[in-house]
Design a protein around this ligand. Structure first.
Ligand SMILES: NC(=O)c1ccc[n+]([C@@H]2O[C@H](COP(=O)([O-])OP(=O)(O)OC[C@H]3O[C@@H](n4cnc5c(N)ncnc54)[C@H](O)[C@@H]3O)[C@@H](O)[C@H]2O)c1
Length: 208
């Protein structure tokens, strides 16, 4: 069985690869550092089929400039949409606001919205997301000292990899699993949206 992991050379990517290898998969790592750019349609055209695809590459925005905005949207959103396969790494920043990086939060909300909307179209292929809180990888290097000083717990990458595996093998689709230190990962239960009413009566979902 074959698996691929984008961002496979990063902190979470390595842990996901290790977990998939332990489950018996032959794992291909697709990462900028080994020449694969998830934003390139031409690069995706060269990728063969896989039984499990973990769409995990992602970047923070950094200083808010137009180029950094385009880069974050391109890596965090296009990198998921172009392949459209099994487990995408979103973030808790896709379930709640993240004032320290609004563009990052925008891209992760986009991934959550895409997974929930696209999943029904892909059946029987399953499409899910994991939404980790802060994890101990190079991505949090800039805040690590402050987090440690505040006693804030970080997720171990292996715990995120475990949630990826659970999401990939749950048999369900369209779910966004939260991952937080000290809690069992589970699908996030989105609150019910207030639906429209006509003359005070509830109306069902729109056609189509
Ligand atoms: N670390 C956290 O606290 C945290 C929390 C929630 C979600 N996430 C998400 O988890 C995923 C993995 O993050 P991480 O913590 O391992 O970060 P990381 O910085 O350790 O690894 C990210 C990897 O993505 C690769 N990458 C960047 N741009 C790429 C591109 N265009 N094409 C291919 N590869 C590219 C990098 O080379 C790097 O190896 C990201 O989507 C991130 O947004 C991380």
């Amino acid at each position: 069985m074959k698996a691929l992991v984008t961002g496979g050379e990063g902190g979470l990517g390595r842990a996901i690869r290790t977990r998939l290898e332990a489950e018996g998969y032959e794992v291909e790592s697709l990462d900028l550092v080994n020449g694969f750019d998830v934003t390139s349609p031409a690069a995706w055209a060269e990728v063969g089929p896989a039984d499990v695809a973990c769409l995990n590459a992602g970047v923070l925005t950094g200083e808010l400039s137009y180029d950094n905005y385009r880069r974050a949207v391109s890596v965090n959103v296009d990198g998921v949409v172009l392949e459209g396969s099994i487990v995408a790494t979103a973030s808790l920043a896709g379930l709640t606001g993240m004032p320290s990086d609004p563009v990052y939060s925008l891209t992760k909300h986009a991934v959550v919205g895409f997974v929930r909307s696209m999943a029904p179209h892909l059946e029987p292929v399953r499409l899910n997301a994991v939404c980790p809180g802060l994890a101990d990888t190079p991505m949090v290097d800039g805040e690590r000292e402050a987090l440690e000083a505040a006693g804030f717990p970080l997720l171990a990458p292996a715990d995120v990899a475990d949630a990826v595996w659970r999401a990939a093998t749950s048999g369900r689709s369209g779910e966004c699993w939260f991952v937080q230190p000290g809690r069992e990962p589970a699908p996030f239960r989105f609150p019910n949206l207030p639906g429209p009413r006509v003359d005070g009566e509830k109306v069902g979902a729109p056609p189509g």
